[in-house]
Design a protein around this ligand. Structure first.
Ligand code: ZN
Length: 209
């Protein structure tokens, strides 16, 4: 907690006064253009990676960046937040971003880790298809290769899950909403995006293009 309070002191002293106009402009409301869905992992900080100011990203963070499928009976906060983003905020893009060294995906591949956390096990059960895929396609691969495949596959599947919700599918159909599956390597500081034509992840250009 000491780090948080020291950080707050720096924010009050240095950051807020320098950006007072920005914060005052936010009083008029938020108009974020992107819903960014990623993992709760403390090493994934969307506004840092994208260098965006408050008011830019509407965010969902949960263990493993999972999105319950439509009608799965797991609607809860994640689906309600998607609904609000699409229907009220009218975001133009939804990003589902997995990341390197994801503990949720490690646990998905090694369920023995989940014996003492039954709620996490129940939550990750939604991603069981990704585990089945990795076991079938990469059964003999290294742990690192299996984890990378699981994280990237999971990002794609969760993006498909986003699109199972009729309000999302309708907005995509109208051309008002675009969907993106990303992968973030936090050790190298690099973002990858899934090319929907090939289902392969390609490094995002870092020249602003
Ligand atoms: Zn994670």
């Amino acid at each position: 907690m000491k780090k948080l309070l020291e950080g707050y002191a720096r924010f009050r002293r240095d950051i807020f006064p320098a950006q007072r106009e920005l914060f005052e402009s936010l009083a008029a409301g938020q108009q974020p253009e992107t819903l960014f869905i990623t993992c709760s992992d403390s090493r994934v900080v969307p506004s840092l990676i994208t260098q965006t100011v408050p008011g830019t990203l509407f965010q969902i963070q949960n263990a493993g960046n999972l999105v319950p499928r439509y009608g799965a009976g797991l609607s809860g906060g994640t689906v309600a937040t998607i609904e609000y983003a699409v229907m009220v905020l009218r975001v133009r893009d939804i990003v589902v971003c997995g990341h390197s060294d994801c503990g949720a995906m490690k646990a998905l591949l090694d369920p023995d880790q989940l014996t003492e956390v039954p709620q996490v096990a129940a939550w990750l059960a939604q991603a069981h298809g990704t585990r089945t895929f990795v076991e079938a396609e990469l059964g003999d691969a290294s742990t690192e290769a299996r984890l990378l495949a699981a994280v990237q596959r999971n990002a794609r599947v969760q993006l498909e899950n986003v699109c199972t919700h009729p309000l999302v599918a309708a907005a995509v159909e109208r051309g008002e909403l675009r969907l993106h599956a990303w992968y973030y390597d936090f050790v190298r500081g690099v973002l990858w995006a899934c090319n929907p034509a090939t289902n392969e992840f390609e490094q995002l250009p870092d020249d602003g293009g």
